[in-house]
Design a protein around this ligand. Sequence first.
Ligand SMILES: [Zn+2]
Length: 73
Amino acid sequence: MTEWWQKFEEFLDTDPRDIGCDEAMGIMHVYVELLADGTDPVQRYPGMAAHLAACGPCAEDVRGLLAAVQDVG
Ligand SMILES: [Zn+2]
């Protein structure tokens, strides 16, 4: 398998809506507030949802934040 072909397959595996870690960090608190409110944030931030599906550490951060928010509230 040539290298370019492998890169092409990696590209296909990546969700094009995935916003990446930097942007995910930026809107994470908003996303968590929507979740805590019982609002579905996936409609508003599909790129964030795609990122959380692909990125374990960010998904873990959201879980932690949500637990903290719900503890206080
Ligand atoms: Zn991430």
